[in-house]
Design a binder for this molecule. Structure first.
Ligand code: HEM
Length: 398
C-alpha cells in the first residue's frame, strides 16, 4: 500500500438517499451525509455529492481539476453550450461580453428605478387579489420575470413568456428520466427564445439601451454563444430572486422578533436577504467533473467523476455556521456559498441584492399592513437542486 492509499479512502456509498426525500426536505439528509464524510457516491443521483463547506469551496477555486464542461450535460441539450459549462479562457471571453450591465453602477443609474416601478405594479396585483392570495404567484414570480425581461432586453416578449421559457428549459436540464414531453416543451422554448433574439437584435442595434442583448448586439461573440448564454440567464436569473423573496418573507413572518428588528431598521433587509440565501440556497447543487484522478478532503475520486457541488449543504456546515439550521439575522457574519465562487461566481448577485433586499422586501412589508402567514393554508417549501416556496398564502389588514 502506498502512503496515499493509507491516508485516503474511497467515497462511502449513500444508497439510502432518494430523490423524493431530497425534494421534500434535503437538510436532514445533508447533515447525516456531512457527519459521515465530505463526499459520497449517491447511486440514485448518479453523482458524487459534495456536502462540506471546505470541499465545495476547494472545487469552486480549482477549475483545472474540477471542470464545469461536463460531458453529456443535460443543460447543454436544453439550453445550448453556455459560459456556465465552459472553463477559462473560453468562459472568460463570454463572461466579459456581459460588460457592466449587471454591475452596481448600472443598477444605481438604470435598474433600481425600474425594479421599484415593477414592484409597485405587482404589489397592486397582489392587493387586488386580496388577503389569502399567493405571494409567489401574484407578486414574486411576475416581479422577478419582468425585471429579467427588461434587463435582458426582450422587448418583444412578456413576463409570462419569460416564466414559461425559464421553467420548461430548467425542466429539460433536470430531465434525467428522458421524458419526451419534457424535451418537447423545452425545445419549443429553445426555438421561441432563438426567434425572439433574431427579431430583437436588429431593433436594439438601431435603438440601443442598457440591456444585455443591446450590449451583445455589437460584440464579436458568435451567435451560438449569445443564444446559449441568453437561455442560461433566463434559467438562472428568474427563479432564484423569486425563491429568495418567498423564503425571506416566510422566514421573517415565522420569526416575529427578527421581523420587528428589520422593520425598526430597514438597512437590515440586506442582512435578512443574505441569511435567507444562506439558510435555503436557491441553487442547491450544481455539477462539475473531475479532469484527473484526485483526492478531495481525503476522498479518492477517479478521472471523469461527476460531482454535485451541494452548496445548499455547505451553507449549513456547522464547522462554519453555528446552529446552522436556524434562520438568524443576528448570526456572526461569514461568507456563504449561495452565489457560487471562483470564475463562475454569479453574475447577477448585485441584481438579486438590489431587486430583493433594496426594493421588494421593504415595499412588501411597508405597504401591506400587518402582513402575516394565512393561518388557514399551509406555506410549502420544496426542491433541492432548486429550492424555494411553491406556495405562500398571506393575509394583511386592508
Ligand atoms: C438570489 C439569486 C441568485 C442566486 C442564489 C444565484 C446563484 C448562482 C450560482 C450558484 C451560480 C454559479 C453556478 C455554477 O458555478 O455552476 C450562478 C451563476 C450565474 N448567475 Fe446567478 N444567481 C442568482 C441570481 C441571478 C440573476 C438575477 C442573474 C441575471 C440577471 C444571474 C445570472 C447568472 C449568470 C449569468 C451566471 C453564470 C456566471 C458564469 O458562468 O460566469 N443570477 N448564479
Amino acid at each position: 500500500m502506498t502512503l496515499e492509499t493509507t491516508l485516503t479512502r474511497p467515497a462511502p456509498v449513500a444508497d439510502w438517499v432518494t430523490i423524493a426525500d431530497l425534494h421534500k426536505n434535503p437538510f436532514p439528509i445533508y447533515r447525516k451525509l456531512r457527519e459521515e464524510a465530505p463526499v459520497h457516491w449517491v447511486p440514485e443521483v448518479g453523482r458524487f455529492m459534495v456536502t462540506s463547506y471546505e470541499a465545495c469551496h476547494l472545487i469552486e477555486n480549482d477549475q483545472d481539476t474540477f471542470s464545469a464542461n461536463e460531458a453529456g450535460s443535460l443543460m447543454k441539450r436544453a439550453m445550448g453550450h453556455s459560459m456556465l459549462r465552459k472553463d477559462d479562457p473560453e468562459h472568460d471571453v463570454e463572461r466579459k461580453s456581459y460588460g457592466s450591465v449587471l454591475r452596481p453602477k448600472a443598477i444605481k443609474e438604470t435598474w433600481n428605478a425600474i425594479f421599484e416601478q415593477n414592484s409597485e405594479t405587482f404589489l397592486a396585483r397582489l392587493k387586488a387579489a386580496g388577503p389569502g392570495a399567493d405571494l409567489i404567484e401574484e407578486y414574486a414570480a411576475p416581479y422577478a420575470a419582468e425585471n429579467l425581461r427588461l434587463i435582458m432586453g426582450f422587448h418583444n416578449a412578456t413576463q409570462e413568456d419569460m416564466q414559461r421559457w425559464s421553467q420548461t428549459m430548467i425542466n429539460g436540464t433536470g430531465n434525467y428520466a428522458d421524458d419526451p414531453e419534457v424535451w418537447a416543451a423545452s425545445k419549443r422554448s429553445y426555438d421561441e427564445v432563438d426567434d425572439a433574439i433574431d427579431e430583437v437584435l436588429p431593433y436594439l442595434l438601431k435603438n440601443p439601451d442598457g440591456s444585455l442583448l443591446s450590449g451583445l448586439a455589437s460584440m464579436p461573440i458568435p451567435m451560438e454563444a449569445i443564444r446559449a448564454n441568453m437561455k442560461m440567464t433566463i434559467g438562472g436569473g428568474l427563479n432564484e430572486p423569486r425563491d429568495v423573496i418567498g423564503v425571506a418573507v416566510w422566514a421573517l413572518l415565522s420569526n416575529p422578533t427578527q421581523l420587528e428588528q428589520v422593520k425598526a431598521d430597514p438597512a437590515r433587509f440586506a442582512i435578512a436577504f443574505e441569511e435567507a440565501v444562506r439558510w435555503v440556497a436557491p441553487i442547491g447543487m450544481y455539477p462539475r467533473e473531475a479532469t484527473k484522478d484526485t483526492v478531495l478532503e481525503g476522498i479518492r475520486l477517479p478521472k471523469g467523476a461527476r460531482l454535485g457541488v451541494v452548496i445548499g449543504a455547505a451553507n449549513r456546515d456547522p464547522k462554519i455556521f453555528a446552529d446552522p439550521d436556524s434562520f438568524n439575522i443576528n448570526r456572526e457574519k461569514k461568507p456563504h456559498l449561495a452565489f457560487g465562487g471562483g470564475n463562475h461566481f454569479c453574475a447577477g448577485t448585485w441584481v438579486a441584492r438590489a431587486s430583493v433586499a433594496t426594493v421588494a422586501l421593504p415595499q412588501l412589508f411597508g405597504q401591506l399592513p400587518n402582513l402575516r402567514l394565512d393561518p388557514t393554508r399551509e406555506a410549502v417549501d420544496a426542491g433541492w437542486v432548486f429550492r424555494g416556496m411553491t406556495s405562500l398564502p398571506v393575509i394583511w389588514d386592508k
